[in-house]
Design a protein. Sequence first.
Length: 185
Amino acid sequence: MTNPALLSRSQLHDNRFFELRDDTLGLADGKEYHYYSLNSKFDVVVVIPLLDDGRLVLEHIYRHPYGQRMWEFPAGGIEPGEDPLAAGARELEEETGYTASKLRCLQSFEVMPGLLSMRMHLVLAQGLRADGTTALEDMELLEVQSLSQEQAWALTIQPPVSSFLTMGLLALDRHLRGPAAASGA
């Protein structure tokens, strides 16, 4: 099976976050297909802050597309050339005031490969200290709270549910269960 040929590409819209594209593809049967996609100008990091006592640092943040608040882990864009761990440390401090002595990337994956080109990096932050300085952007309307892992899991069944929370909890659970859990053994 061969990939479709890219016949043309049009940029329909562009801003500081995304580019909306219309790609005209040539299919094997000779037909043309318009494929619309969003292309992110940056990848994203989601930080899973794990306190020494096992509680998690979460944010209750306003998300305008939904017109309401969602429970999430701290997250943000990775600057061009920035390492995901460095971005995770920066976002953790900017949004929560916590710093971490240990950061580890648990997983990276494509967010919505059929629609959006953006990679998400899930970073575990440990050795937390509340000694940083927050620096919130205008639309980062959030409150920081520490919740048990059980309380955080309970939030995943109360709509709206953020993928940042769900994916972070799944990666943390797999990490805490050890290598056997990751391999399915």
